[in-house]
Ligand binder design. Sequence first.
Ligand SMILES: [Zn+2]
Length: 124
Amino acid sequence: MAEGKFATSICCMDGRIQLPIINWIKENYSADFVDTVTEPGVDKIVAENQDLSYIKKKVDISINAHKSDLIVVSGHYDCAGNPVSNEEHLGHIKKSVDVIKSWNYDVTVVGIWINDKWSIEKIT
Ligand SMILES: [Zn+2]
């Protein structure tokens, strides 16, 4: 197995946000690698606590096999998968953090917003 510290990102599939998220996690949490679980508009999906087993299965691998100790869930500006107002996104992100915390992994859970400048704002 590769040496290094892993983190886990649960984010939209949107190509504009991948590098900003990965770079922010590497800089702020000294991670070497960021496992990325993507679904369009994932902040809404997790916030509504629908059937999340297909997402959780991927997160399980990141945490159990790669020993990730951080999950970052995000929403972003101009999201085609979840076309709601910025305020609603912030609500979805906060709710998503609560849902992920309820999965009871022994990891830090952080929520972030990718704004219209494609820069990261930490929400919770
Ligand atoms: Zn999106």
